[in-house]
Design a protein around this ligand. Structure first.
Ligand code: 13P
Length: 391
């Protein structure tokens, strides 16, 4: 019977993407007369694949600068600045107008305020990025709230009205999106929390693709906890299993997504620390077991690692060829030195831009497997883990 179900064409051929097929089989007792297979209908298919490939281009990665106003406030407070629109604009202006950034950065994730904001000279931030060949992206989730019936875990809001918002973001110039949900190892994770995280990500991914935005799929396995690296691997395998199950159920085009996983590390409070080579080996083992090669790019989050740690781990993962582009989508691990250098002072802007270029270049080299930590500052080696961190 199985041979009767084998179509003469391959259902994974790129020319079939975006088409809806009806396959007819001879009627038997075991098979229906026809089987409907939706490969996904959508007018943006080619563009999504092109956008994802452009972001996953050699030697480049993503600058995550999409902190919500509350989180941006924490960043500004760390250098003694008030959290107001003028200060947020000044900081985002520093980042978006760094000449030469596009050599190392292929995409920048923005918060909604920044997507619609301009420089103090009136140039849209979106245009500043495009001039550097950096694709503008947008954070579309509406944050985490407690998940009833779970073990003090959370779920991510934002599906209501998402199609309309995404269409508006596309008009404003965004070409990719981010939805961050989290999984806590010390709190379980419960089956319920994993399933909810995966289902939400898959629904968001389908809606983004329908509106021309490449979805970044980000189930962040938090660093919190004293568990060892094997436990992290076990949980991450479960999570990605569920995520791909629901992505497939929602007919998401794998060629038009990007993943944003956590690296597989021991919990932040685990005594048994592991070197980069071991973290790379575990993380690649996870990815090879769970991620199809049709996914163009894996863009890691830094999750509270120090700038140097995050770069060293990425470098270790790129010592041999991988089926996907293995790169970065860091916030803290790209911005820490920049903030410390800037201190909110106009006279420090040039130096802060150089600090951003230095971090971006280090991660670009790590994407190519050619980074060395020689000469890195003590500041860049400082860990940034915060227990119970809210983004
Ligand atoms: P970190 O690199 O600071 O973990 O942030 C990345 C991010 O965008 C989380 O969604």
């Amino acid at each position: 019977m199985a041979s009767l179900l084998q179509p003469a064409i391959s259902l994974s051929s790129p020319e079939l993407l975006g088409k809806s097929l009806r396959l007819t089989f001879p009627r038997t007792t075991a098979t229906p007369a026809s089987v409907s297979i939706s490969v996904r209908a959508g007018s943006y298919t080619d563009e999504l694949i092109k956008t994802a490939k452009a972001i996953a281009s050699p030697g480049r990665g993503i600058l995550a600068m999409d902190e919500s106003n509350a989180t941006c406030g924490k960043r500004l407070a760390s250098i003694g600045l008030e959290n107001n629109e003028v200060n947020r604009q000044a900081y985002r202006q520093l980042l978006c107008t760094t000449p030469g950034l596009g050599q190392y950065i292929s995409g920048a994730i923005l918060f909604e305020e920044t997507l619609y904001q301009s420089t103090t000279d009136g140039k849209r931030f979106v245009d500043c990025l495009e001039e550097e060949d950096i694709v503008p992206g947008i954070k579309v989730d509406k944050g985490l709230v407690p998940l009833p019936g779970s073990n003090n875990e959370s779920w991510c809001q934002g599906l209501d009205g998402l199609a309309q918002r995404s269409a508006e973001y596309y008009k404003q110039g965004a070409r990719f999106a981010k939805w961050r949900t989290v999984i806590s190892i010390p709190n379980g994770p419960s089956e319920l929390a994993i399933q909810e995280a995966a289902w939400g990500l898959a629904r968001y991914a389908g809606i983004s693709q329908d509106n021309g935005l490449v979805p970044i799929v980000e189930p962040e396995v938090l660093l919190d906890g004293d568990h060892g690296i094997d436990r992290t691997l076990e949980v991450a395998e479960k999570v990605w299993n569920e995520v791909f199950y629901f992505l497939a159920k929602n007919n998401v085009i794998y060629e038009g997504i990007l993943l944003k996983p956590s690296m597989v590390t021991p919990g932040a409070e685990c005594k048994d620390k592991k070197p980069s080579e071991v973290i790379a080996e575990y993380t690649l083992r996870l990815l090879k077991r769970r991620v199809p090669p049709s996914v163009p790019g894996i863009m890691f989050l830094s999750g509270g690692q120090s700038e140097v740690e995050a770069t060293l781990n990425l470098n270790a993962m790129n010592q041999n060829p991988n089926p996907w582009h293995v790169s970065f989508s860091y916030a803290r691990a790209l911005q820490n030195s920049v903030l410390k250098t800037w201190q909110g002072r106009p006279e420090n802007v040039q130096e802060a831009k150089l600090a951003l270029l230095a971090r971006a270049k280090a991660n670009s080299l790590a994407q190519l497997g050619k980074y060395s930590a020689d000469g890195e500052s003590d500041e860049a080696k400082k860990g940034m883990f915060v227990k119970g961190y809210v983004y």
